[in-house]
Design a protein around this ligand. Structure first.
Ligand code: ADP
Ligand code: ZN
Ligand code: ZN
Length: 830
């Protein structure tokens, strides 16, 4: 007879479910050895072995007493943190995100944690040159590694393991990282060097009223230096009204000289310090609301408060320049006064120094900025301050949602319609707005405010159906008129003389006029204009797919028109069904070409160009904006980038160079996007003085979207488009899941996609579109195929379908031929 162990001894063992930064379908379980029982808390990082050679730092998700069923759990090696690095709410967010967006908790964790917190066998440590070479303070093990780092500059974690000849490597590494002796190398991130400016600060000795008072009234040396005293008073004034002040701005505003400033610095009264604007600093933790809301703004604010007493989410639909930001500021203030935290999310590109300064003026040192291109130390600094609740407001791009908020009271999601809230690559392919709404539900009474001049149809529909509250601001602040929009009918210029023309005479004339009045111009050209499509040169008609209500793409290789949703092929058009014309063209050009054409037209104008090629890194972007702001440029030519959240005082003319390109993009959201783009671009015109004008070049001046833009009539657009969404089964009536298949061999990927589609026929047949070949069908030597699922909005069905898809993927990988096919689900793809 077998000698059974009493059940109790198993129950006495603790087990830890640990999330490790890998794409594992399930979390693994480790046993907690007796000596780590006190330290192994949920949310702490632990060192674990996986297989024979791999090591990871994972995060404990759960402690329980159930041993794993099919294997014997190994023991945790060590615990890295004295206190948890994340709260339960992060673990819940990770779990939700993994389930909803069909990825793994490990992938979410990898996206969520700053590099500093992520250790694995593949991790490379880089010596911090600023650490010096005196390591005498370190303990013996840390000393050994630090010496090796000093010599070699870089070490793999596996090498550290050899040096230490011990299994307890991670705690040592963790101490070195925390002591800033080294940092973790991240290969894929381009390093971000924010632009530094010299700031003027008051010496801490005088940072209290009594000391300052004494200095100003009795300090003999200062009394004699009258100019310096004046400068100091000027400084104190601007610091109160504007928060952080740069040397350049101070000298300009006070008219003082460099030498006078240096005098004050030499006396130890003021200090000069180089730093970047978005770095958290010891700005005074002031709250300054030094403006009055207009009647319309006050009414909107009241309505939002009323909505929040009943609903958790409110959509603020306010035209461009209606002063939405001022309303956010009031709501933020109320939260701070209650001691709660606020997350203010913006699309990455709108997170400019302009926006940061504007908020710093009101909330000073309460504001921290967070985005993926900050240095590791900065990110960890913010992480910790958010966690202990000392930082109240975070201004950040989508990844700021992952911060460990202590007590979140409000999330503002500004420009909520912006597609860059959706992460495309890699997993988790999440939508930060939607994830924020889930995240807010984890905090008691936490509210979400979505703001936009051109809401996404998803959000607007939620407002119309009263799932969210809806508050509208229909006029610009200060009674400034919305810009007048003029459609330039380019069909009039179809003669040979204009064959290569990009900027047609009416627009050219207006540009000249505007520059003549010393005002500025923005010209917008969409990148997406690059996608090839066929268009009737006579009437502007663009061929559409019968089944999908999207424009067809022109495939050069096959010389065919293709629908990239369902894969249907069509022959090239010869006769236009709309006007009977025979003249079809494809015209494509980018911002570079526009810039050239402009320079030819206006040889003396100073022209700047803003697109992904000219603004690598955030620094370049900010600098270009500043140059334009200071009127060192007359014209700015740009893509979407010029659209976001910028406030230029002297722009009086905005030109949309090729509206046809925007209106023919092969996407079911094309009209929604076109309206958003054009309305947002137009919003840059005449913001201060109300003499803005927008000119739109098109061959289809009667296009309904253009007429809606002309009248700034969002509601008409929404009412027109929604029935089509319903008819063709698109969001907001359905949820989309796109599956992308990748493989080196074209036939294999095609067959795999077909195999997959037929496997899902029962019961999802009527929801499947494709397989089809995407327009760009080969990326990094991998061929691509796509399947699109349009699922009715039935939560049970969607949840089941996601499970079935994951199961099918596992099955696909059992097939020998398809083993190497990668399948990428994208839920709610944009
Ligand atoms: P939106 O975000 O809606 O496009 P903004 O918040 O940028 O609009 O406001 C547009 C302009 O009007 C900004 O220059 C802002 O400073 C100014 N403004 C808005 N509301 C007020 C107010 N209550 N008092 C003073 N200026 C305001
Ligand atoms: Zn035609
Ligand atoms: Zn189609």
């Amino acid at each position: 007879m077998k000698n059974e162990l009493p059940y109790q001894s198993a129950a006495a063992t603790d087990f830890a479910e640990v999330v490790i930064p890998l794409a594992l379908p399930l979390n693994y379980t480790w046993a907690v050895p007796e000596h780590l029982k006190e330290a192994a808390l949920v949310g702490c990082r632990v060192e674990v072995n996986l297989g024979k050679t791999k090591k990871y730092a994972g995060v404990i998700k759960r402690i329980h007493q159930t041993p794993p069923e099919f294997f014997e759990a190994k023991e945790l090696v060590s615990v890295l943190d004295a206190a948890p690095v994340v709260f339960e709410s992060q673990l819940q967010l990770w779990e939700w995100m993994a389930r909803y967006y069909m990825c793994t908790e490990g992938e979410v964790m990898a996206a969520a944690l700053p590099a500093h917190f992520k250790l694995s066998s593949e991790t490379i440590l880089v010596f911090n040159e600023e650490a010096g070479d005196d390591f005498t303070e370190l303990d013996h093990e840390a000393f050994l590694v630090a010496e090796a780092l000093l010599l070699r500059k870089e070490l793999k974690l596996t090498e550290v393991q050899l040096i230490l000849d011990s299994s307890h490597v991670y705690p040592v590494v963790n101490r070195l990282i925390q002591g800033k002796i080294c940092y973790v190398w991240e290969s894929l991130k381009d390093s971000y060097n924010p632009k530094k400016e010299t700031y003027v600060l008051l010496h801490p000795d005088y940072d209290n009223e009594a000391a300052l008072e004494q200095l100003l009234n009795t300090d003999a040396k200062l009394q004699r230096a009258e100019k310096q005293l004046e400068l100091l008073l000027g400084y104190l004034h601007f610091q109160k009204t504007e928060g952080a002040i740069t040397k350049q701005a101070l000298l300009k505003k006070t008219g003082a000289s460099d030498a006078q400033l240096k005098g004050l610095a030499d006396k130890g009264i003021l200090m000069l310090e180089k730093r970047s604007v978005d770095r958290i600093r010891s700005l005074p933790k002031d709250i300054q609301i030094n403006f009055e809301l207009s009647a319309a703004q006050s009414a909107a604010l009241e309505s939002i408060r009323t909505v929040f007493s009943e609903k958790d989410v409110c959509l603020l639909h306010g035209v461009t320049s209606s002063g939405k930001t001022e309303i956010y500021i009031h709501l933020i203030e109320a939260q701070i006064r209650q001691g709660r935290q606020v997350l203010y999310m913006l699309p990455e590109i709108a997170l400019t120094s302009q926006t940061i300064r504007r908020l710093q003026r009101h909330f000073g040192g309460h504001i921290g900025v967070y985005h993926s291109r900050f240095s590791q130390n900065e990110r960890v600094e913010i992480w910790n301050k958010v966690k202990d609740g000392s930082l109240k407001i975070v201004l950040g791009a989508r990844s700021s949602l992952f911060l460990p908020f202590y007590d979140l009271g409000l999330i503002v999601c500004d420009e909520e319609h912006d597609p860059s809230y959706k992460q495309m690559e890699p997993a988790p392919r999440y939508h930060a707005r939607d994830a924020a709404i889930y995240f807010s539900s984890l905090f008691k009474g936490c509210k979400v405010l979505l703001g936009s001049a051109t809401p996404s149809f998803e959000s607007y529909n939620n407002a119309v159906t009263e799932k969210y509250g809806l508050v509208q601001l229909t006029e610009r602040f200060g009674n400034i008129k919305l810009p007048e929009i003029e459609l330039v009918d380019t069909r009039r210029y179809r003669t040979k003389e204009f064959a290569d023309t990009i900027i047609f005479p009416p627009l050219a004339e207006s540009i000249r006029n505007t520059l003549g009045r010393n005002k500025q111009v923005i010209l917008f050209q969409n990148r997406r204009g690059y996608t090839p499509y066929q268009r009737c040169n006579t009437c502007g008609w663009v061929p559409q797919c019968k089944y999908c209500d999207v424009s067809l793409n022109y495939h050069k290789v096959y010389n065919k028109l293709v629908c990239h949703y369902c894969g249907t092929n069509y022959p090239l058009m010869v006769t236009c069904p709309s006007c009977g014309g025979h003249d079809f063209i494809q015209k494509q050009f980018g911002t570079e070409r526009v810039e050239e054409a402009l320079q030819e037209l206006l040889p003396h104008a100073h022209i700047g160009r803003m697109d992904v090629d000219t603004v690598r890194g955030k620094h370049a972007h900010d600098q270009l904006i500043q140059t334009f702001e200071q009127q060192k440029l007359n014209i700015l030519v740009g893509t979407q980038m010029v659209v976001k959240g910028l406030d230029f005082e002297h722009v009086e003319l905005v030109g949309i160079v090729d509206a046809d390109g925007i209106l023919s993009f092969a996407d079911f959201r094309v009209n929604e996007r076109a309206f958003q783009l054009m309305e947002q671009v137009s919003g840059r015109a005449g913001r201060k003085h109300g003499v803005g004008k927008v000119m739109v070049q098109t061959t289809q001046p009667e296009h309904p979207v253009l007429l809606q833009v002309q009248r700034h009539n969002y509601r008409a657009l929404f009412d027109d488009e929604l029935p089509k969404r319903e008819q063709f089964g698109y969001p907001p009536y359905t949820r989309l899941i796109r599956l992308t298949f990748k493989n080196k061999i074209k036939e294999v990927v095609q067959d795999a996609a077909a195999w997959f589609a037929s496997g899902l026929q029962d019961p999802y047949g009527r929801f499947i579109m494709g397989p089809s070949e995407p327009l760009i069908n080969k990326v990094r030597n991998q061929y691509l195929m796509e399947l699109l699922l349009k699922l009715p909005r039935n939560t049970r069905l969607i949840t089941q379908c996601k499970q079935d898809i994951l199961f099918k993927i596992a099955q696909l990988h059992q097939e020998k031929r398809y083993k190497s096919v990668v399948v990428i689900p994208d839920v709610d793809m944009l």
